[in-house]
Ligand binder design. Structure first.
Ligand code: C2E
Ligand code: CA
Ligand code: CA
Length: 804
């Protein structure tokens, strides 16, 4: 019993192992349930496919057996066997019909087991002729049975091959029953038959297993391919539906193949229309004019498409629904089996937004938002092209520096919005006068610069400079107010004035400085001695720093004569710098520098104190006029300084006069008005210097507490000329009278000027005709010697009398 149990257990174990191994032959052992079910269906179908053939063969063989053994075997046995076979075949037929009507996509494990069982039953039924009839049969009938069994075994193994378990069961049962029959019949005589039968069985099984293995591998490969196809399809679908990118592929002629609906929608064209034109023509902008960047991008794409090498992120412009877009294309070339280039496959993404953002960033970084011109940073980068990398030679060009004349006045009097508008209009005008390729830039404030490439001669540069200046001829109109704008221009040429950006910038700046010094609306080329002058300026600055301590300043005094009474009314204090090396330096040279550096504050205080101390020694009815710069008003406590100077010297306040320029009234006018009012309150006189050269309006004159207008020398000089200076002087004097102000004519050099001024009721006169500015010790001499203008002229018949 026990041995029996162990034996059956090990048989079951072997059977189970065999089963597993046979499942592995097909490959369903490791497949997932879904795939295994599909494979099982395929296995069953591949077997059922042969049903018409197998049914016919079975029926034919069965009828042959019945016919041959009808006389030797009991008919009921034969009929019973035939009936059993018919039943088995009927179930095969039914299964075949079902399969034909609707082929199942899946089959269960049970269906396979049923098929195996069915094969077993058939094998058992076909064992009957061997087991029952063979041993009793005549030699020729026995041969028939042997043949039929062998044939059925081989054919069955072939038909059932794709269900290896069924094939094995079928072949083993048939082989075993035949072998048994041969042995029972006559073991020795039939030995060759037994061996042959078993050999065929083994051969048939080996073939069946091999065929099953191929079948299984094919099914698995198909399933895997199908799975991948589905996966790729799914991914592509998802990609096309959700991403902002498109897939594209072309044939070898460059025509689009696969066009997604979304791509067609994007273009607003039908799929067929898109397929009918070469891919690259989509970017040809429909014949529209392309700019340089667009043209370059298109040629870059065309170049890539010419050679079958993968490319990445090639940017190209196109028009979609009338709007300009930018795409980035990435693609790989496709090759046919012969290795020939067969087209392209790739993706394109719309990068318009990121490109726009990048463009905006670069615009912000490189361009001035007010005028749209290049900013300083971009300008510097452009100027760097003057010396291309690796080149010894500088590219010829002209560099222009512009500075608008008196722009600050516009800003101060009309407001910043108007100032901005002026800058915009000016930049527009300049832009209209330059060539494409020239770089115009706003460096900041009212400073502009221009690089004019290829302009190598001074004639060429001067011609352009004049053209640029001409753009300032007509006034700009801001909110109905017409504003006359001028500009000073400094020019440096490459390579003669410098071969690198820094040198050229420095020299153009120096030329600009010279242009400004030369007056309004003019241009100057850089000259080598400007460099020298700039150096002088620099060394003058360091000298100026210690000049006050070293007591190098002195005041000269120029008399102011009361015209009607003919007597000395007072003196204007004019500063001089006695430089140890350079001698007497005029204020025109160092006052602007002192103003720039703020040194004017201590220097101005010294001048005030010095002048007051000098004036105390003069007759009581004579005043002293002191020039006070606008910078002193802005940075120095002018009222306190004046009060101290008066207190220290003991000079009566009404003998002091302050000379201010119009720029003071315009800049920071509220604070200036307060300071001037405080000075007036002390009893100090206030004269408006250089009147008529600035921008001051009547409103300023009325609201500021003035006592005197000083008529600028330029009007006095043109008094007797044809330029109509007389009319201006007349108008100024009338204006002063209306405002109850005195007038002083500056720079009176001739008796004719004196006479003309006297005729126009000018209050005071000052000029070389009466005296040059005098050093302090000569004042007493001058006062003593002053006998009126006639005496001066009688004493010296020359028109000018120079003293000091
Ligand atoms: P300003 O206040 O207009 O002074 C008059 C200038 O005209 C003086 O030049 C004077 O020498 C000159 N001048 C006088 N009569 C004649 C004439 O008949 N013909 C000609 N061609 N010129 C004449 P200066 O002394 O060189 O002073 C130049 C400027 O420097 C002054 O112009 C004034 O703006 C400034 N300045 C002088 N001293 C001081 C000072 O102490 N403080 C400040 N802040 N500025 C000063
Ligand atoms: Ca003055
Ligand atoms: Ca003056």
């Amino acid at each position: 019993m026990r041995t029996n149990g162990i034996a059956s257990a090990s048989t079951a174990g072997i059977a189970a192992r065999l089963n597993r191994w046979l499942d592995d032959v097909i490959g369903t052992a490791d497949a997932d349930a879904h795939l295994a079910a599909r494979i099982r269906a395929q296995q069953l179908r591949s077997v059922l496919r042969f049903a018409p053939l197998t049914l016919t063969a079975n029926l034919f063989n069965a009828l042959l057996i019945v016919f041959v053994f009808w006389d030797s075997e009991p008919p009921w046995v034969l009929l019973l066997w035939l009936a059993a076979l018919t039943v088995a075949m009927r179930s095969t037929l039914r299964a075949w019909r079902r399969d034909q009507a609707s082929p199942p996509a899946r089959a269960s494990e049970r269906a396979i087991r049923r098929a195996v069982l069915h094969a077993g039953v058939l094998a058992l039924l076909w064992s009957v002729p061997s087991l029952l009839f063979f041993t009793r049969a005549e030699a020729d009938s026995a041969l028939l049975v042997t043949l039929i069994s062998g044939g059925m075994m081989c054919a069955g193994s072939f038909v059932l091959a794709n269900i290896p378990r069924a094939a094995v069961l079928y072949v083993l049962l048939l082989c075993a029953s035949s072998s048994l029959a041969f042995v029972v019949d006559h073991p020795v005589r039939n030995l060759d038959l037994v061996v042959l039968m078993n050999f065929y069985a083994a051969l048939a099984l080996a073939c069946a297993i091999a065929s099953a293995r191929t079948f299984g591998a094919r099914l698995l490969a198909e399933a895997e391919a199908e799975r991948q196809k589905q996966l790729v399809g799914l991914l592509l679908h998802d990609f096309e539906a959700h991403s902002s990118d498109w897939l594209w592929d072309t044939d070898r002629n460059g025509f689009l193949q696969h066009v997604s609906a979304r791509l067609a929608e994007t273009f607003g064209r039908s799929l067929d229309e898109l397929r009918a034109q070469p891919f690259i023509e989509l970017f040809a902008q429909g014949g529209r004019d392309m700019n340089e960047a667009e043209r370059d991008a298109l040629s870059a794409l065309a170049a890539h498409l010419m050679q079958p090498v993968p490319f990445r992120d090639v940017q190209v412009a196109l028009v979609v629904e009338g709007e300009q877009r930018w795409w980035a294309l990435t693609a790989k070339p496709l090759f046919d089996e012969g290795g020939l280039h067969a087209g392209w496959r790739g993706v394109c993404s719309d990068i318009t937004d990121s490109r726009r953002a990048a463009l905006e960033m670069s615009t912000l970084a490189n361009f001035d938002s007010l005028t749209g011109l290049a900013n300083r940073h971009h300008f510097r980068n452009q100027l760097a092209a003057i010396r291309p990398p690796g080149s010894e030679e500088a590219r010829p060009c002209a560099l222009y520096f512009f500075d608008l004349d008196d722009f600050k006045n516009v800003n101060d009097s009309l407001g910043h919005a108007a100032g901005d508008r002026v800058l915009q209009l000016v930049s527009q005008r300049l832009q209209e006068r330059i060539r494409a390729g020239d770089v115009l830039s706003r460096l900041g404030g009212d400073e502009f610069a221009l690089i004019c490439w290829g302009c190598r001669t001074p004639e060429c540069a001067a011609e352009l400079a004049q053209r640029l200046l001409d753009s300032f001829t007509s006034p700009v109109v801001i909110d109905g107010v017409s504003v006359q704008i001028g500009s000073s221009i400094g020019i440096a040429l490459a390579p003669q004035h410098g071969g690198d950006p820094d040198a050229l910038l420095k020299n153009a700046d120096m030329a600009l400085y010279a242009a400004k010094a030369a007056g309004r609306n003019t241009w100057r080329f850089f000259e080598q001695d400007m460099d020298e002058r700039a150096r002088r300026r620099l060394s003058m600055h360091s000298d100026l720093l210690g000049a006050l301590e070293r007591d190098e300043f002195e005041l000269h005094y120029q008399p102011q004569i009361h015209m009607r009474r003919g007597r000395v009314a007072g003196f204007e204090a004019l500063i001089r710098w006695r430089h140890p090396q350079r001698g007497l330096v005029s204020p025109g040279e160092f006052i602007p520098l002192a103003e720039e550096t703020g040194l004017i504050v201590p220097i101005g205080r010294w001048a005030l104190e010095q002048a007051c101390r000098a004036a105390v020694r003069w007759p009581d009815d004579m005043h002293v006029a002191v020039n006070v710069s606008a910078v002193q008003f802005a940075r120095g406590a002018v009222v306190e300084v004046v009060r101290d100077a008066l207190a220290q010297s003991g000079l009566a306040p009404d003998r002091l006069e302050i000379e201010v320029t119009e720029s003071l009234l315009i800049h920071d006018s509220a604070a200036a008005r307060d300071t001037l009012s405080a000075l007036r309150a002390l009893g100090i006189g206030i004269a408006l210097d250089d009147f008529g050269t600035g921008y001051s309006s009547l409103a300023y004159l009325r609201s500021f507490p003035m006592t005197k207008l000083k008529i600028d020398r330029s009007f006095v000089t043109s008094l007797n000329s044809e330029e109509g200076g007389g009319a201006i002087v007349r108008a100024i004097i009338n204006l002063a009278e209306a405002l109850r102000l005195d007038t002083t004519a500056e720079g009176v050099e001739t008796a004719a000027e004196w006479a003309a001024l006297a005729g126009k009721d000018c209050t005071y006169a000052q000029g070389y005709l009466m005296s040059r500015p005098l050093p302090e010790p000569q004042i007493a001499v001058f006062i003593d010697g002053w006998r009126g203008l006639d005496a001066v002229q009688a004493e010296d018949s020359r028109p000018l009398r120079a003293v000091g």
